[in-house]
Structure formats: structure tokens, C-alpha cells
Design a binder for this molecule. Structure first.
Ligand code: ATP
Ligand code: MG
Length: 337
């Protein structure tokens, strides 16, 4: 019986795929703890995310990953164990599962250990780690075994990782700790600076979804934003335009574009030629920011494609690696079995 679990442990979202069943869990990487009760873990995932920024005094919602790395070991452990336990209610799990986890490529040895230990403690019989851009490439169906290079850009919540992949390896990579979270922060700061209007993280993310962009739009957008007026101290509604939000997002977006250029600069010429032909492939939730592909095209003169399901391809890749672990052993970062 097959009981393989593929996981994408992301800064914003964690996904769990079970062989033969598909993606069973797709929830925010958030844990709520009870301050009154020795910081006991009270809620995990979607339940906990609802509490971000609106928790009563003693209940605190915490994002257990920050900037693509583990911010709080104990909470990541609790989250992984909870998710793995939840999918193990299926009868196929009479056998202990094999697990592949997609982790940020910049993860330290200590952090690798921590992820492996957390998964082991939830009863896995084998645990393997794979770098997210590699998992994303496999998930998209890119032949990572080919000598011909592919450039993958994974723009997530906490990090943007750029990798050139060929012959089962990451030939060169660049990564910046800038992603969707920094975009949200940039919107919060802009509204506070410009209008003395205070909004929370969730509102900032909504603004980004609705009117955020990285390149001028054919029809610029507008939206009503609710927040708290910092001078008067009372709730206020304001009309904000996509032109303003683009200006607000310019700094994080430019940082991402710059690191793509850096990666292109250090790419060996043979592989550059491949990328010139095939273009750059973008994935990760934040690759969906309006006009980001256009902005990259404009600045690199390369073809840029956003894949169809950018939020799930790391998880799909982890699952695919398990299906054919012998073929993909070479792409693994660390293993325990
Ligand atoms: N349509 C959209 N426009 C802009 N941003 C989006 C859109 N959809 C999702 N996002 C952003 O994508 C991010 C989440 O993406 P994803 O799930 O790929 O990140 P992650 O894998 O958890 O993070 P990381 O890879 O950095 O560890 C969030 O910041 C979210 O706001
Ligand atoms: Mg990711």
C-alpha cells in the first residue's frame, strides 16, 4: 500500500499531498497560542489565520515561518504534526508514511534537522527534504534531468528564489527575503505615511489582490479602503488607486527584479543561451501580482511565463519525487531513513 506524503512548508501556506488522494491540506502557516496557558498551541492553520491581528489579549496568532525560514521551531513542529496526523486517518496509513518536504533553499543545517525531527515525530518512516525551486520545477513537469537549463523564479510569501536547474541540480541561484509579505508591509507603510491611515496585514493583502500591480495597467483600478485615522483615532474610508499602490510596491518589486538580474549575471553562458530560448518560468503565489511578468519581460528582454497553478506546484513536485524516489534521489537536500 502506498502512503506517501508530499509537503510544501511555505512562509504563507503549507500544503499536504497524499498519494492517490491529491492535496488534502492547503492552509496558512499560522499557529495561535494561548498566552494564559503557558503558550499552549490552541489553533492551527486556517482557524489560527482568522485570528491574525484580531486576537483577544491572551490568544496570539503567530506565523511560525518568517522570510522563508523557521521563526519558531516549536510551532512549526506542532503545525507539521497536526497536518500529518489529520491526513493519516485514511486506512492506507496502517503503514508508516514516507514524506518529502519542500523547504527554502537557504535553510541552515540546524533548520533542516528541525524539520526532519518534527516530521519523524509524527511517525514517518522516511523523511526527505528538497529545495523549493527544485520541487517547483519537478511539479511543473520540467525535465530536471536534461542538460539544457531552465530558470525558475518562485515568488512566495517570505522569499523569492531564483534557480537555474539542469542535470538534477541547481546550477546557480539567488534568493532574497522579499515576497508577498514585504509587499503587504509596503502597502501598510505607504498608507500610514501618505494618509495617516492605519490598516492591518489582511487588509493590505486584500488591497494587493484587488488593485496591486508592478507595471502600468491598461485600465487603472480603484478601491475603497477602510482603516483607522491616526490623527483623529477613528475609523475612516478612503478611495485608493492602483497607481498609488504600484508606487508603494515599487521597492519590494525592484528588489525581486534586481535579484533576477543578478542570477542572470552569474549564469554560465551555455545555460544563458537555453534561457534565452525558453524564457523564465515564474511560480509562487506572488507571481500572480498584476503586471509582474510584464515588468520582468521589460527589464530582462526575456520571455516570461507564469504557470497555471503557482500556489501548488512545490507540493505537486514533492509528491512526484516520492512517486519516483530512485530517479529523483539526486535532487534531495537531506534524508533520514
Ligand atoms: N493574486 C495575487 N496577487 C498578488 N499576490 C498574491 C496573489 N495570490 C497570492 N498572493 C500572495 O502569494 C503569497 C503566498 O504565496 P505562496 O503560497 O507561494 O508562498 P509560500 O510558499 O507560503 O512562501 P515561501 O515560498 O516564501 O516560503 C502571499 O503573500 C499572497 O499574498
Ligand atoms: Mg513557496
Amino acid at each position: 500500500m502506498n502512503c506517501d506524503i508530499g509537503i510544501d512548508l511555505g512562509t504563507a501556506n503549507t500544503l499536504v499531498h497524499v498519494a492517490g488522494k491529491g492535496i488534502l491540506i492547503n492552509e496558512p502557516t499560522v499557529v495561535a497560542v494561548d498566552r494564559k496557558n503557558d503558550d499552549r498551541v490552541a489553533y492551527i492553520g486556517s482557524e489560527a489565520k482568522k485570528m491574525l491581528g484580531r486576537t483577544p489579549g491572551e490568544m496570539v496568532a503567530i506565523r511560525s515561518m518568517k522570510d522563508g525560514v523557521i521563526a519558531d521551531f516549536r510551532l512549526v513542529e506542532a503545525l507539521l504534526q497536526n497536518f500529518i496526523k489529520r491526513v493519516q486517518k485514511y486506512p492506507q496509513f496502517l503503514v508508516k508514511p514516507r514524506v518529502v518536504v519542500g523547504v527554502p533553499s537557504g535553510i541552515t543545517e540546524v533548520e533542516k534537522r528541525a524539520v526532519i525531527d518534527a516530521v519523524r515525530q509524527s511517525g514517518a518512516r522516511e523523511v526527505h527534504l528538497v529545495a523549493e525551486p527544485m520541487a517547483a520545477a519537478v511539479g511543473m513537469g520540467i525535465p530536471v534531468e536534461d542538460p539544457s537549463g531552465n530558470m525558475i523564479i518562485d515568488i512566495g510569501g517570505g522569499t523569492s528564489e531564483i534557480a537555474v536547474i539542469a542535470l538534477y541540480g541547481i546550477v546557480c541561484d539567488a534568493s532574497v527575503r522579499v515576497g508577498g509579505d514585504e509587499m503587504d508591509d509596503a502597502i501598510i507603510n505607504y498608507l500610514r505615511r501618505t494618509y495617516n491611515l492605519l490598516v492591518g496585514e489582511s487588509t493590505a493583502e486584500q488591497i494587493k489582490f484587488q488593485i496591486g500591480s508592478a507595471f502600468p495597467l491598461e485600465d487603472e483600478l480603484e478601491m475603497e479602503v477602510k482603516g483607522r485615522d491616526l490623527t483623529a483615532g477613528i475609523p475612516r474610508t478612503m478611495k485608493i488607486s492602483s497607481v498609488e499602490i504600484r508606487e508603494a510596491l515599487n521597492e519590494p518589486v525592484t528588489q525581486i527584479v534586481d535579484s533576477v538580474k543578478q542570477a542572470l549575471e552569474i549564469t554560465p553562458p551555455e545555460l544563458s543561451a537555453d534561457i534565452l530560448d525558453k524564457g523564465i518560468i515564474m511560480t509562487g503565489g506572488s507571481s500572480q501580482l498584476r503586471g509582474l511578468d510584464e515588468r520582468l519581460r521589460h527589464e530582462t528582454n526575456l520571455p516570461v511565463n507564469v504557470i497555471d497553478d503557482p500556489l501548488i506546484c512545490v507540493c505537486k513536485g514533492s509528491a512526484k519525487i516520492l512517486e519516483d524516489i530512485d530517479k529523483y534521489r539526486k535532487v534531495l537536500m537531506a534524508s533520514w531513513n
